[in-house]
Write a new protein. Structure first.
Lengths: 761, 500
């Protein structure tokens, strides 16, 4: 009984912290429709600001708190609302999930840059009232924790009053329900959203300042992660009810405490030991599945700004061929270590392909891609190597790959099945929770799993030693332990799967996916079996993730169990894939290359420049280099709000007009090949080649367009006097044949020769 | 980026653990002095004129960098520059260096080596850069003294950024390095296949994986083999706390490297009078929201001592605070990765029960130990940060430089490797307890420090810069998952990544 009471006290203290974090999330969501994944990052930033003021600059506690919670946090909230989130109106669920992820990465990168750039530093925030404590029901409780419990109750009560009893609260809620109606009634939605973001950020700040001492030494990502644990409470409150959120937070805190009580802090069932770390994820998954969900705002949005073209079958094959040729030519110029970087990128591109199918085509979200990679590699390792084998001397067999893909497909189907009714954000969170559960219970499992089926005993070795080494293939007499061969193998795989995906997209099944993405309700009305499509897409995408993951693992060779499987890496990959252009195979390619090049190679280049020109070290390393390293990818992610269709599309749009000058484009391509040949033969240096090619990308298209200006009349963005907005064509200018061509393309209708006919204006 | 947090915690843990080999006996060693066999006798004089400054003399009056026999003219290079208790293994040579162009990374007047760390890891910028700081300072110092037998050392640096180990190793292979010296990459099993394929030998600062700790052509100043562990601390603690040691609870981070350390403790400590009440407690290496459940488990088990495997910050600090508040007042025994300024600075009294083992002479004893003093001075002079890992890098650099200088005019990998293999007694010029790099054995010596307030105080043995030693303090380890995965052959060389 004494223990029961003690653990109850602990659970309530923990629950209160979750409550503060979760209510902040709910305020932001219920008034802006954005699930602020970056909430934890704001909390972390605030904790650091408070520490800087209080501990470093010796500002008195009360003043430091006021500056942090009352000035800094609202400022961050307002900044986010005005600069970033306001641009998210009329974007898809995916975009509205990705931008906060990018903000999270940016804030965390910034915090690391400001406070931890020299590495060795430890920031140890102290509890309010230090180590003083009182005994409650026989359990020692810090004053600090008591403050937390009181603040949680006060916050919940205060917010309830604010949201439901105050004019501001009503305006804030009205903003989400119907913005236009609110404006018609004289409300000011912009001001209301600004207020809600400011309040949300302040609550994040309170959570951060309270949580930081309980984390001991402040660690940017660990603190952010702690706020993630509060998600189930927010979902428990159905993202709109503050009182329910408070109750759900208590349930969460008590569940953790009671689990520790009955399991003796995890010791009673060793195979399930890590369940104690996965409890928030388990509850999140359960809450998503079993609680009735309010309709997501995303379902109301019928017109979004994302637009994806669909290439034809012939184009897909041609571009696949070009990709293989280009990679083959490039690798011939590269040193071995650069080939490794490129191959890493290609393996990540393969992994990202699964997202093109799932998210780009079908509009579903999977935030646990690496989880499938982990499962695939466990299966393949078990099949091909086993505890007594030597991975370096084995070949990755086709059987193992197929088996891994089947396992991934089945698991993918299993999560999709209960998640079938979930959509958008909820599905994303469910997959994220699933990823964490698998990470804690399977991937971090060091005990081999023994069992028996029909009397046959079997042992499945997971990451028994904490890491697994995956073999490379040895097919068609080629030993793919050779890095260049393996790069080419992955490139060919990418091209083949990419062509397959394009073909799938063009099929009837593909149109069903798009229809499902656009409006599940309309599909159901037309008698389409959404469940089958959704399940099929999830399984196929999981299988591709398994294959890609296996190639990634095989590229890495040895993987530790804490390498990329914890959920964050999946968030990053998802973000970068969306930035690259989730609707395109080429977007996946860009994402992989981007991940391996931008975060790895670019800082190297700047480091090199910094050491070559020491006087400019501050510029190259301290400035640009650190910027690329810490916040570069995130900033690019945030900019996605401007162009939600992704980088791939921007690039293609830039080059598409060149089809009108085939000879010029051909000459250009031939010139590049010629230069490559010179570089390959060592006549010119690799740097010269790279610089000339990059330079030509900027110069040649413009040159061609000027030289053959007559051919570009009426081409959006190129020819003079054109208007890009489809709604206005015919009003601001006459309708042209090129417009029909464009509409046909947008609608993915087969182009016929009519499309090329110029109609005189 | 994001993912990294988690790993940074874990990885720092590993790294730190790695440094946790145990001590040598300075005391015992002083009279007989290590005499790193080949090295000292043949190499010691970085000078051709002087008498070969026997190691004994050096140690005896070893009061610093330049004992400078007063007979010798005070010309700069001709002096026997000392590092710790031995002369610098660097000097101008006799100008008769050979170069037939066949040896990778060696010419008649230069030798190219590589080093590296994980400093570019965005989740923990500057991770372990103290190793590279040390190597850079030592290379500069060594070159000023004339280099390796007259060969100037060219140093290449490779940043593995934690996860880019294969590319870093491939770069090191591509750049035709003679050796890797003083590098340390946390995910070092990822590099082994590439390293073995290009035949690059290494004298790293530390190893994490058993595959690298037992890798072919790998030698370390302070070896950390997977099949042996130093158990001196257990005997010393049992002597300090005979009663408390009878009921010990282990509390390890749920992470393979910390788990392996825990397994080693549980396997070897009972022979020295320890009894375990509980060995299954594991905490979340990413952080615990509340440590009270662990304190309660430890109290319920009736423990009188805690054996902690993890990191000082934030885990141990919070655990110790929670223990204090809940009335659990027992000694906490841990490894030398808890010897860090930030750990001491963070102590608010809760960590006063912290006891840790050291194989290195702590920086507090620098005045009593020339090598430690010299390490701190070199870094202070050349710029950079100091840390135990930096001292460990220094030991490995000196080990390599000693073996390389001993080869004289004909510098080949085979010669250096052979010298390394026959170096069976090594103290890093007095930086740490005696080890056996050639035989890949950890130290059989240990010393115990205690954190009191914001300072580390020496407990056992009491004399500054000293260790207690016993040959029985090296305990064989069998059957751990890490060891099985490494697949050692009869020479204790890992075959895990042997080419097919």
């Amino acid at each position: 009984m004494q223990d029961f009471l003690a653990y109850t006290v602990l659970g309530i203290c923990l629950g209160s912290v979750y409550a503060i974090a979760a209510t902040g999330l709910v305020v932001t969501y219920s008034t802006s429709g954005v699930f602020n994944v970056a909430h934890g990052a704001v909390a972390t930033m605030s904790a650091l600001v408070y520490w800087q003021l209080h501990t470093q600059w010796h500002v008195p506690t009360a003043i430091a708190i006021v500056i942090t919670i009352g000035v800094f946090c609202p400022a961050v909230g307002l900044f986010l609302e005005v600069v970033v989130m306001r641009g998210l109106r009329d974007t898809s669920e995916v975009t509205r999930l990705v931008i906060p992820i990018a903000v999270l990465l940016a804030l965390n990168g910034l915090a690391t840059w400001i406070w931890f750039r020299d590495g060795t530093r430890a920031i140890v925030p102290r509890k309010f009232f230090g180590e003083r404590y009182i005994e409650v029901l026989g359990q020692a409780v810090y004053y600090h924790q008591v403050i937390g419990v009181m603040l949680a109750a006060v916050t919940a009560g205060g917010l309830y009053v604010l949201m439901f009893k105050s004019r501001l609260g009503v305006t804030m809620r009205a903003t989400v329900d119907d913005r236009n109606l609110l404006m018609l009634n004289g409300g000011r939605p912009d001001r209301a959203s600004m207020a809600s973001w400011a309040i949300g950020a302040s609550l994040a700040g309170v959570a951060g300042v309270l949580l930081a001492p309980q984390q001991g030494a402040l660690q940017v990502f660990a603190l952010t992660l702690l706020v993630f644990d509060a998600y189930p409470a927010a979902i428990g409150g159905r993202l709109r009810s503050v009182p329910f959120t408070y109750v759900a937070a208590m349930v969460l805190g008590l569940s953790r405490a009671y689990f520790d009580w009955v399991s003796d802090a995890g010791q009673n069932w060793l195979a399930l030991r890590n369940l104690r770390n996965a409890i928030p994820a388990v509850l999140l998954f359960a809450a998503l599945l079993f609680l009735p969900q309010s309709r997501l705002r995303g379902a109301v949005v019928t017109r979004t700004r994302e637009r994806f073209h669909v290439p034809s079958w012939r184009q897909a094959v041609a571009w696949g061929g070009v990709l293989v040729a280009v990679v083959a030519m490039l690798q011939a110029l590269m040193v071995d270590s650069a080939v490794i970087s490129l191959a890493n990128g290609m393996s990540l591109s393969l992994l990202a392909l699964s997202l093109v199918l799932l998210t780009g085509y079908a509009g579903e979200i999977n935030l646990a891609v690496y989880t499938f990679a982990g499962m695939a590699l466990i299966v393949a390792w078990q099949f091909d190597v086993g505890p007594n084998g030597l991975a370096t001397q084995e070949s990755l067999s086709v059987m193992a790959i197929l088996l891994a893909m089947v396992v991934c497909a089945l698991v993918g189907g299993l999560i999709a099945l209960p998640a079938l009714r979930l959509r958008g954000l909820y599905l994303g969170l469910a997959t994220f929770a699933f990823g964490i559960i698998v990470y804690q219970l399977v991937i971090l499992q060091t005990k081999p799993l023994n069992g028996s089926i029909f009397g046959q005993r079997f042992t499945i070795n997971l990451f028994t030693t904490g890491s697994l080494t995956v073999p490379r293939p040895h097919w068609f007499g080629i030993d793919f332990r050779d890095q260049r061969s393996f790069l080419m193998l992955m490139t060919v795989m990418f091209a083949v799967i990419g062509i397959g995906l394009v073909q799938l997209r063009r099929s009837a099944y593909g149109r069903m996916m798009i229809a499902m993405k656009d409006s599940p309700a309309a599909c159901a009305t037309l008698g389409m079996n959404i469940i089958r499509v959704k399940l099929g897409v999830f399984m196929l995408s999981s299988a591709i993730a398994g294959l890609g993951g296996l190639m990634w693992a095989s590229q890495q060779r040895t993987l530790a169990n804490n390498n990329n499987f914890d959920g964050f890496a999946s968030l990053l990959l998802f973000m970068i894939a969306v930035v690259g252009g989730i609707g395109y195979v080429s977007g996946a390619l860009l994402a992989g290359i981007f991940l391996s090049v931008l975060s790895v190679v670019m800082p190297n280049i700047f480091d090199k420049l910094g050491s070559d020109y020491p006087s400019l070290h501050w510029l190259f390393v301290t400035g640009i280099g650190n910027f690329t390293k810490f916040v570069g990818p995130a900033i690019i992610g945030i900019r996605l709000g401007r162009n939600p269709s992704g980088i791939a599309q921007q690039i293609m749009d830039g080059f598409r007009p060149l089809r009108r000058v085939p000879v010029g484009a051909g000459v250009w391509a031939a010139a590049i090949v010629g230069l490559w040949a010179l570089a390959w033969q060592g006549v010119i240096g690799n740097w010269t080649f790279t610089l000339v090619v990059i330079g030509s990308v900027f110069v040649v298209p413009r040159l061609l367009m000027n030289m053959f200006a007559d051919r570009f009349v009426g081409v959006p963005g190129v020819g003079a006097g054109t208007e890009d907005d489809a709604d206005l064509i015919g009003i601001t200018r006459p309708f042209l044949g090129t417009d029909r061509e464009r509409f046909d393309r947008e609608l993915a209708l087969p182009l016929d020769d009519r499309g090329a006919v110029h109609v005189a204006p | 980026m994001a993912r990294k947090s988690v790993r940074s915690v874990a990885v720092v843990a590993v790294l730190a653990l790695v440094a946790s080999a145990c001590g040598k006996d300075r005391e015992a060693a002083t009279p007989t002095t290590p005499a790193p066999t080949v090295a000292v006798t043949t190499v010691a004089p970085p000078v051709d004129t002087d008498e070969p400054a026997p190691a004994d003399t050096a140690t005896d009056d070893g009061e610093g960098t330049t004992p400078a026999p007063d007979t010798a003219p005070p010309t700069t290079i001709a002096d026997v520059a000392m590092f710790g208790d031995l002369p610098w293994p660097c000097g101008p040579g006799d100008g008769a260096n050979t170069d037939d162009g066949s040896e990778v990374g060696v010419t008649a007047d230069s030798v190219t080596i590589g080093t590296g760390d994980d400093a570019g890891y965005a989740g923990s910028p500057g991770l372990n850069h103290e190793m590279t700081d040390a190597i850079k300072a030592l290379v500069a110092e060594c070159n000023d003294l004339g280099g390796i037998n007259g060969r100037t050392i060219n140093l290449n640096y490779y940043d593995a950024k934690l996860f880019e180990v294969p590319a870093a190793m491939q770069s090191a292979c591509d750049a035709n390095n003679f050796f890797l010296v003083g590098e340390g990459w946390a995910f070092d099993s990822n590099q082994e296949e590439i390293r073995l394929a290009c035949g690059l030998p290494a004298v790293p600062t530390y190893s994490v994986s058993a595959a690298f700790a037992h890798g072919a052509n790998v030698f370390m100043g302070v070896p950390n083999p997977a099949d042996e562990t130093t158990s001196g601390m257990f005997a010393q603690i049992a002597e300090l706390f005979p009663e408390e040691a009878k009921s010990v609870v282990t509390l390890a981070g749920a992470f393979s490297a910390t788990q392996e350390t825990r397994d080693k403790v549980v396997a070897s400590a009972p022979a020295f009078g320890w009894d375990f009440a509980l060995t299954t407690l594991e905490s979340n290496p990413v952080g615990e929201a509340d440590w009270t459940p662990f304190v309660k488990q430890i109290q319920d088990a009736g423990a009188t001592m805690v054996s902690w495997q993890g990191t000082c910050l934030p885990g141990l600090l919070l655990f110790a605070q929670t223990a204090q508040v809940n009335g659990l007042d027992v000694p906490i025994i841990t490894d030398s990765n808890h010897y860090a300024a930030q750990c001491a600075d963070a102590n608010d009294g809760a960590l006063d029960n912290l006891y840790l083992r050291m194989a290195f002479v702590p920086f507090e004893d620098a005045d009593a130990n020339p090598a430690t003093r010299d390490y701190l001075d070199v870094i202070a002079e050349r710029g950079g940060d100091t840390a135990m890992l930096g001292a460990q890098a220094t030991s490995s650099f000196l080990l390599w430089a000693t073996a390389a200088s001993a080869c004289g005019p004909a510098l080949t990998r085979a010669c250096v490797l052979s010298n390394l293999a026959s170096t069976n007694s090594w103290t890093g010029h007095g930086l740490h307890a005696e080890t056996d790099p050639g035989g890949n054995h950890p130290p059989s010596c240990s010393s115990i420090l205690r954190l009191v307030g914001n300072e580390y105080q020496r407990i056992t043995p009491p004399e500054p810069a000293s260790f207690e030693c016993d040959d029985a303090w090296i305990t064989p380890i069998t059957g751990t998952p890490a060891l099985l995965a490494a697949k050692l052959d009869e020479n204790r060389i890992s075959q895990q990544f042997a080419g097919g």
